[in-house]
Design a protein around this ligand. Structure first.
Ligand code: BES
Ligand code: MN
Ligand code: ZN
Length: 495
C-alpha cells in the first residue's frame, strides 16, 4: 500500500474512489475537491435520505459520468458537535472496509480535513493509515484457498490547507509501521498451536534480526535456561515434547549504544491446556492465543526497527507449551526460580506468571529504564474489563499514569487496578517462599502481585491483555493490541 499526500486543491487527477464525510445535521462535508457535479450528487442523495449521516454508515455511489471520480464513497460522521477521536476511528474504519469491497485501485480520503476534538492532524493521519492498512489483513496461512489479492494500491490524503508536510509524512510513516507491527502480532496469534510453537517464535525473532541491522536475536534452549537456574519457566514445559525457549531480541537505536534500554517482556505460551489442572474443553482452542503477549512484543519490535527510534529496547519472551502428561508438573510441586525464590505450584494453569517471573529476573541484567510485561494472564481480566480495556498494574505511579494517558491517546485503552500490600498475603505458602495462585478473589491483582515479587529492582508495569488480545465468536481473530500503545510509549521516550 502506498500513501501519499493529495496536494492539489481540486481533484485534478482521476481517482477510483473519493471518500467524503456526511454529517447527520448538515449533510456532505464542504470540500474543495468536489466539483459542482459531485457536490450536487452528494447533496441530492443526502436530501433524498439515502444516507442519514450516522457515524460509520456508508453509501457507495457510482459516479462514472462525473469525470474525476469513478466512485463517491459517502461515510456518515454523526453529529459534528460530537466528533470525537473514537467516532473518527469508526468513520475511517467503515470507509476502509467499504473500499475493500470495491475494485478501486486508488482512493482519495478527504477525512483528514475534519477537525477531531482533542486530537491534531498527525494523530488523524496516523490513525487513518493504521486503520486502512489493518483493514487489509487477511488470514490464510492454513487455508488451501488463499485470500483474494486486494485491489487498493494507492491512498491519497487530502489535507487541510494549514498542514505541516513534514509532520504529516512522519505521521504516515508511524501509521504504516504500527500497522506492520500489528499485522505480525495478529498473524502469530492466529497461527495454530501446532505451527506456532516456542521454537517457531524463536525462529521468527531470528528472522526479524536478519531483516534489520538494528536488531540482534538470541534464543536460549532448555539446557541454557537450566544453567541460568530458570526452574520456574522450565517447569511449565515439562509435560510437552515441544522445547521451551527464552527469546531475547535487542534493538539498538540510541546514539550511545550502551545507553540503558527500555524492556518489553512477553508471555509466550503457545498453547495453554492448563496442564494437570486441565482447563474445560469448551473454547479451549482459543488458548492458542496465549502467546499474544509475545506476539505483541515482537510486533512492537518490528515497528520500532522500521521507525528507527533513537532509543535502545530489549524484548524478552518466555515461551513454552503447557501440557498434561506423565512428565508434567503437578499441583503441589515446588520449583526454584532464577531469583532463588521457591514457588509452590498449587495450580498448573497459573503458568503465565511462572514463565514471566524468570524472564523478569533475566531483565535485571540489562539495567532497564522501565520494564513492561504483556501477558494473557488471567480470565479475571476478561471478567472485569471484557474486550475493551487492558488491565494495567504497576509498581511506579508515573509509569502507570503515562500508559493510562497513552491508552486514551491511541484508543488502545488500559485501566489501572490497585496492588495494595494486603493482597500479597494471599500468596503465602506453607511449603515455599510463595504460592503461584492467590485464591478465587482478585485474580488479576494477585497475578500481578506474584510478578511484583520479581520486579523490585526496576520501574515496572504489567499489561494483562487476556480480554483485549483477540476477539471470540464470528469475528474470532487476534486484534494486534497493545502494539499501538507500546509503540506510542516508545516513540515518546528518550535515550
Ligand atoms: N491463559 C490463561 C488466562 C486466560 C484465560 C486468558 C481465559 C484468556 C482467557 C492463564 O494461564 C490461566 O489459565 N489463568 C488462570 C489462573 C488461575 C488458575 C489462578 C485463570 O485465569 O483462570
Ligand atoms: Mn493457564
Ligand atoms: Zn495461560
Amino acid at each position: 500500500m502506498k500513501y501519499q499526500v493529495h496536494s492539489s486543491k481540486t481533484l485534478d487527477k482521476k481517482t477510483d474512489c473519493l471518500v467524503l464525510a456526511v454529517w447527520e445535521k448538515t449533510g456532505p462535508a464542504q470540500c474543495s475537491l468536489l466539483d459542482e457535479s459531485l457536490a450536487a450528487l452528494a447533496g441530492a442523495v443526502f436530501k433524498a435520505g439515502d444516507i442519514k449521516g450516522k457515524a460509520g454508515e456508508t453509501l457507495l455511489i457510482p459516479a462514472h459520468s462525473h469525470a474525476k471520480a469513478e466512485r463517491l464513497l459517502l461515510v456518515g460522521a454523526g453529529d459534528a458537535a460530537k466528533f470525537t477521536a473514537k467516532v473518527y476511528r469508526k468513520v475511517v474504519r467503515a470507509a476502509a472496509q467499504a473500499i475493500n469491497k470495491t475494485t478501486s485501485k486508488t482512493a482519495v480520503f478527504t477525512l483528514p480535513q475534519l477537525t477531531v476534538s482533542d486530537r491534531d492532524l498527525s494523530w488523524a493521519v496516523t490513525q487513518l493509515v493504521m486503520e486502512n492498512s489493518n483493514s487489509q489483513y487477511r488470514y490464510d496461512h492454513t487455508k488451501s484457498k488463499k485470500a483474494e489479492p486486494l485491489h487498493l494500491k494507492t491512498v491519497s490524503l487530502a489535507l487541510p490547507a494549514t498542514a505541516n508536510r513534514k509532520a504529516v509524512d512522519e505521521a504516515i510513516l508511524a501509521g504504516e509501521c504500527i500497522s506492520k507491527g500489528m499485522t505480525l502480532t495478529r498473524e502469530l496469534g492466529n497461527l495454530p498451536g501446532n505451527i506456532c510453537t516456542p521454537s517457531y517464535l524463536g525462529d521468527k525473532a531470528t528472522e526479524l534480526a536478519g531483516q534489520y541491522k538494528s536488531l540482534k536475536a538470541k534464543v536460549l534452549n532448555e539446557k541454557q535456561m537450566e544453567k541460568l537456574g530458570m526452574g520456574s519457566l522450565l517447569s511449565v514445559g515439562n509435560g510437552s515434547k515441544e522445547e521451551s525457549r527464552l527469546i531475547v531480541l535487542e534493538y539498538k537505536g540510541a546514539a550511545d549504544s550502551a545507553s540503558s534500554p527500555y524492556c518489553l517482556v512477553g508471555k509466550g505460551i503457545t498453547f495453554d491446556t492448563g496442564g494437570i489442572s486441565l482447563k474445560p474443553g469448551l473454547g479451549m482452542d482459543e488458548m492458542k492465543y496465549d502467546m499474544c503477549g509475545a506476539a505483541s512484543v515482537l510486533g512492537t519490535m518490528l515497528a520500532v526497527a522500521e521507525l528507527g527510534l533513537p532509543i535502545n529496547v530489549v524484548a524478552i519472551i518466555a515461551s513454552a507449551e503447557n501440557m498434561p502428561s506423565s512428565t508434567a508438573t503437578k499441583p503441589g510441586d515446588v520449583v526454584t526460580s532464577m531469583s532463588g525464590k521457591t514457588i509452590e505450584i498449587l495450580n498448573t494453569d497459573a503458568e503465565g506468571r511462572l514463565v514471566l517471573c524468570d524472564a523478569l529476573t533475566y531483565a535485571e541484567r540489562f539495567k532497564p529504564k522501565t520494564v513492561i510485561d504483556v501477558a494473557t494472564l488471567t480470565g479475571a481480566a476478561v471478567a472485569t474489563f471484557g474486550e475493551v480495556n487492558t488491565a494495567l498494574l504497576s509498581n511506579h505511579d508515573p509509569l502507570a499514569k503515562e500508559l493510562l494517558e497513552l491508552g486514551q491517546q491511541t484508543l488502545d485503552h488500559v485501566w489501572q487496578l490497585p496492588m495494595n500490600d494486603e493482597y500479597q498475603a494471599l500468596l503465602d505458602s506453607n511449603f515455599a517462599d510463595i504460592a503461584n495462585i492467590g485464591g478465587p478473589k482478585g485474580g488479576t491483582i494477585t497475578a500481578a502481585c506474584f510478578l511484583s515479587r520479581f520486579t523490585e529492582k526496576f520501574k515496572w508495569a504489567h499489561l494483562d491483555i487476556a480480554g483485549t488480545a483477540w476477539l471470540s465468536g464470528a469475528q474470532k481473530g487476534a486484534t494486534g493490541r497493545p502494539v499501538p500503545l507500546l509503540v506510542e510509549y516508545l516513540r515518546r521516550q528518550k535515550a
